[in-house]
Design a protein around this ligand. Structure first.
Ligand SMILES: [Fe+2]
Ligand SMILES: [Fe+2]
Length: 257
């Protein structure tokens, strides 16, 4: 436990731990191909957490005590999600999604090339890291809880356990973003909003490229109930200081569907 931890860090740490998925009968479960493909992408994204934490370190975010305490446990838990999903997927038959990285937004590549050290000096950097984290964890929670529906009991139990941890990760990022946003000037808030609009993409798009991403998710996104749950992400982001009315997901879905 970190001394003088904020309430949201304390809550995160109190419930820290790895999901229990071994010896639960996952190896006997058969997934339909569409579900397997989505979970394959989910496993890739869980593994990408290691890249995100490496970026966070480069950006100097380990100087923020709450984030520094959060990141290693977060990475540990996400890695366990990946291990469980890979175990489930190893006996499944499905067409593996092929990333089309050449389609990845040029803006993202430009951002990736920005020198990290100067960025570490701006309050927007830690704020945006947490906003993007909250948005991604919110969508992950929706995805896993929706995929749990109609799954065999061992798969449903796994996906619900992952969803509960994603919701806990979300709670940390959201609270941290709100705290940082509240302490930030209007000028920095305007800069953060512009950068957020420029860099945000739904989870999976930066990893797969939009073409491969659409091939995996378009049918799933056609369900109006799922769309409705995803658009709620905008309410979450809107409730963070400086970000009212940004409307990221609604804008994306309008374009994509
Ligand atoms: Fe995860
Ligand atoms: Fe998560």
């Amino acid at each position: 436990m970190t001394l003088l931890a904020t309430g949201h860090l304390r809550r995160f740490e109190q419930q820290a731990g790895l999901i229990d998925w071994r010896d639960t009968g996952l190896e006997r479960c058969v997934l339909d191909a569409d579900r397997a493909r989505i979970l394959h992408v989910a496993a890739m994204l869980e593994e990408d957490t290691a890249i995100t934490t490496a970026h966070a370190r480069t950006l100097g975010l380990m100087r923020c005590p709450d984030i520094a305490a959060f990141l290693p446990q977060w990475e540990h838990e996400e890695n366990e999600h990946a291990l469980a999903l890979r175990f489930l997927l190893r006996n499944q038959h499905y067409r593996v999604p092929e990333p089309t990285t050449e389609t990845i937004s040029i803006r993202r590549r430009l951002i990736a090339r920005l020198p990290a050290q100067p960025l570490a000096l701006f309050p927007e950097t830690a704020f945006l890291f947490c906003v993007l984290g909250a948005a991604a964890e919110y969508v992950a929670t929706v995805m896993y809880s929706e995929l749990a529906k109609g799954s065999d009991p061992p798969v449903a139990a796994l996906l619900r356990a992952i969803a509960r941890q994603e919701a806990r990760h979300f709670a940390f990022f959201e609270a941290e973003a709100k705290q940082r946003g509240a302490a930030m000037s209007a000028l920095h808030g305007r800069v953060a909003t512009r950068v957020l609009r420029a860099v945000w993409e739904p989870i999976g798009v930066p990893t797969l490229g939009i073409a491969a991403w659409s091939a995996v998710f378009s049918e799933w996104l056609a369900d109006p109930r799922i769309q409705q749950r995803l658009v709620m992400m905008d309410r979450v982001v809107d409730s963070i200081p400086h970000l009212d009315g940004v409307g990221l997901m609604a804008t994306f879905l309008d374009r994509a569907l």
